[in-house]
Design a protein around this ligand. Structure first.
Ligand SMILES: Cc1cc2nc3c(=O)[nH]c(=O)nc-3n(C[C@H](O)[C@H](O)[C@H](O)COP(=O)(O)O)c2cc1C
Length: 463
């Protein structure tokens, strides 16, 4: 016989001598007060810390009526609904004593369970659902709801596979185990009416975009969230500054005091800032200007440590001061600098030579030119790469989102500095990460491009 057991998620119940029913998970807390005898009996059956915890709804009903009377049954339904939408309940399907699947909450703001679908309506697996391996079992997840389902029985994967084609409930679930799983998947939002996801606003979302959004915010995250240092002791952290391996070229530092006296006011920088996609190759940007731009945008002012890792201070703000971004100026036309792909070394204010011009570097340049619809190659294309280990060693769930936020901050800083210097700036919205990794000879997963920025001299008419 297939049964659905309900229990409180482990480790969230607070047992205290005052007898109040309380739950806590980080900042989320619930105090249900002292429960009437009926609900107290149900609570005991639900509590994750008791031996053999968990009961079917029928067993909870029995426990309530045995301890009190039938008037406590409506409060039981309200309690179960509140516990479900608060993300405190785990549901486990069992066939006799064999565990089939466990539905776990991820956050604490869940939609109410959906009622069983009508016999004739066609159901399908949500296009935001995905199945992945985890410790020898399969985990079914969906970016549409803060829940996740562990499939203990590999045979049930066939039931999930059948859900790829829309069909009525009876066709999708030929036996009792499949029917119980289908009803749970439908109730929790993994399985949806066939047309539901073709409508706006869901139609706006691709699978990958919604998953990134869901995982990068608290509540639909799987695992820890924020600065958890989950890789501490497992993976070596990366130093604040990337070690230099190629030949370097020192850049002159600008006279910042003079710039602070003579630069245009901040209000003028913001009012005059705009994207300029034409460069004056007759009078190109100079090595001194590129050096000043990099110094004012991205140099390291100072390195220091917290208790766990090296950090640094730079002109632009960066999440957690971990500063994972690296700048790789791809120079096509710059007075006083040979064309090549360089890396800015922000600690010593120097350029490290990475690669000479050739097909891999040329391809990056061409992507940059096309993305901005420029007629000639950009004088300088600054590839922005991320050393992912810096962010991912510390942060969990939102690490990649944080990297992209840092790119936005970097863009704004670069626009501001370029405008103050009278240069032509333009951010780009996309580029080739694999081609960058090949040109810079870095491991894609360790470091690859996450942004790009065009820089050059302005033409006399402003571009
Ligand atoms: C994140 C981001 C991505 C951008 N991507 C591109 C791009 O791929 N190609 C391009 O020509 N301009 C790109 N731009 C520049 C915008 O088109 C530009 O900022 C916008 O049209 C407003 O014009 P303005 O910068 O002159 O004020 C991008 C700007 C930002 C901030």
């Amino acid at each position: 016989m297939v049964r659905e057991l309900i229990r409180l998620a482990a480790g969230m119940e607070i047992r205290a001598p005052d007898g109040r029913a309380r739950l806590a998970d980080g900042p989320v807390r619930v105090d249900l007060g002292r429960l009437e005898p009926g609900l107290a009996a149900a609570w005991e059956r639900l509590a994750g810390s008791t031996e053999g915890a968990g009961a079917t709804e029928a067993e909870l009903t029995e426990a309530v009526t045995a301890a009190q009377d039938e008037r406590a049954l409506i409060p039981l339904q309200l309690l179960l609904r509140r516990l479900h939408t608060g993300g405190w309940l785990v549901r486990e399907l069992r066939s006799d004593e064999r565990p089939l699947a466990t539905l776990e909450p991820l956050g604490h703001t869940l939609p109410a369970l959906r009622g069983r679908a009508g016999a004739r309506s066609a159901l399908v697996l949500s296009r935001f659902a995905h199945l992945r391996a985890e410790n020898g079992e399969l985990r079914l997840e969906t970016a549409r709801a803060p829940v996740s389902l562990l499939l203990h029985d590999p045979g049930l994967a066939a039931t999930v596979a059948r859900l790829a084609t829309p069909a009525p409930r009876a066709e999708l679930a030929p036996d009792a185990e499949a029917a119980a799983l289908l009803d749970l998947l439908h109730a929790a939002g993994f399985v949806v009416p066939a047309e539901e996801e073709a409508q706006a606003p869901l139609a706006l979302w691709s699978f990958a975009d919604l998953l990134l959004h869901a995982r990068s915010r608290v509540g639909r995250n799987a695992g820890g969230y924020g600065g958890t240092y989950r890789l501490r002791g497992v993976v070596e952290p990366a130093p604040a500054l990337k070690p230099v391996s190629g030949r370097t070229l020192e850049l002159p530092a600008p006279d910042l005091e003079r710039r602070q006296r003579e630069d245009m006011p901040l209000a003028a920088v913001f009012e005059q800032r705009r994207s300029i996609r034409r460069h004056d190759d007759g009078d190109p940007i100079s090595a001194a200007e590129l050096g000043e731009f990099l110094y004012r945008s991205a140099r390291v002012r100072q390195t220091f440590r917290d208790s766990l890792q090296e950090l640094s201070a730079r002109p632009y703000p960066g999440g957690g001061a971990v500063y994972e971004l690296e700048l790789y100026p791809l120079v096509n036309c710059c007075a006083g600098l040979e064309p090549a792909l360089y890396r800015y070394e922000p600690g010593s204010h120097a350029l490290e030579h990475i690669a000479d011009p050739g097909p891999p570097v040329g391809l990056l340049s061409e992507y940059g030119r096309l993305t901005a619809e420029m007629e000639t190659p950009p004088q300088v294309l600054i590839m922005i790469a991320a050393r992912f280990r810096r962010a991912m060693w510390k942060y969990e769930s939102m690490a990649y989102a944080l990297v992209l936020k840092d790119v936005g901050v970097m863009y704004q800083t670069m626009y501001s500095v370029a405008t103050a210097m009278g240069l032509a700036p333009c951010a780009l919205g996309g580029g080739p990460a694999d081609a960058f990794a090949a040109a810079a000879r870095v491991d894609y997963y360790e470091e690859s491009s996450v942004g790009e920025f065009l820089l050059g001299s302005r033409v006399a008419d402003g571009g």
